[in-house]
Design a protein around this ligand. Structure first.
Ligand code: ITT
Length: 209
């Protein structure tokens, strides 16, 4: 049987501020006390897996074991059909680590440009279909775990549009939409995103009515 979260403290095992914002807002109605691995000073584990599931479990388990509390991790990424699914699990790695006004971060504009450059190198007419995947993993200090997956299909636009969201949001338009994730209201993204879909499965199992 899948273990369940009680009304307890939950560590959100991410160091990505954009993800933390979205996960905190998705979790807000469920009455858990949430803390992030970043604010608790937990180091980032090496993401040595080759799948979203493996990496999500690595992050959730490292936090649950390190802090003795249940932990929720997110491993996600952008997979572009014409690039054979790249960058996929390596999505974050395609953005160089940089310092922005004294804060560590990544250069997302450069990463979006790299994807676009590879698409344009294929030729003037190229399939721009892509998807975001998200795996949410919960790990408990006793070694139990559960995983939930979500996908949203769409296509890539250039140049980037919108300064809401994070990461590759400004170049991704979900199927049936016209605005990029970077232009959408946060609630509109939450209604359809890969993370929201994984979260809906988590809620169905962890917080059944
Ligand atoms: P943590 O491991 O600390 O959670 P990370 O940024 O390293 O943070 P990932 O390894 O899962 O996380 O990398 C996923 C990358 O995919 C992330 O950095 C974003 O650039 C991108 N990504 C995932 N979900 C996204 C979304 O909703 N919108 C835009 N980009 C997204």
């Amino acid at each position: 049987m899948t273990p369940r979260l009680g009304f307890e403290r939950l560590v959100i095992a991410t160091h990505n501020a954009g993800k933390l914002r979205e996960i905190s807002s998705l979790l807000a109605p469920y009455g858990l006390e949430c803390m992030s691995a970043g604010e608790l000073g937990l180091p980032e584990p090496d993401e040595t897996g080759t799948t979203f599931v493996e990496n999500a479990l690595i992050k959730a388990r490292a936090a649950a074991e390190g802090l003795g509390l249940p932990a929720l991790a997110d491993d996600s990424g952008l997979s572009v059909d014409s690039l054979g699914g790249r960058p996929g699990v390596y999505t974050a790695d395609w953005a160089q680590r940089q310092w922005f006004e004294g804060e560590p971060g990544r250069d997302w504009y450069m990463a979006m440009g790299k994807v676009e450059g590879m698409l344009q190198a294929i030729g003037p007419v190229v399939d721009r279909a892509a998807q975001f995947n998200c795996v949410l993993a919960i790990a408990w200090p006793d070694g139990q775990s559960a995983v939930y997956e979500g996908v949203v299909r769409g296509s890539l636009v250039w140049p980037p549009r919108g300064d809401r969201g994070f990461g590759y949001d400004p170049v991704f338009v979900a199927e049936g939409k016209h605005e990029t994730f970077g232009e959408m209201e946060p609630d509109a993204k939450h209604a359809i995103s890969h993370r929201a879909q994984a979260f809906a499965k988590l809620v169905a199992e962890q917080f059944p009515r």
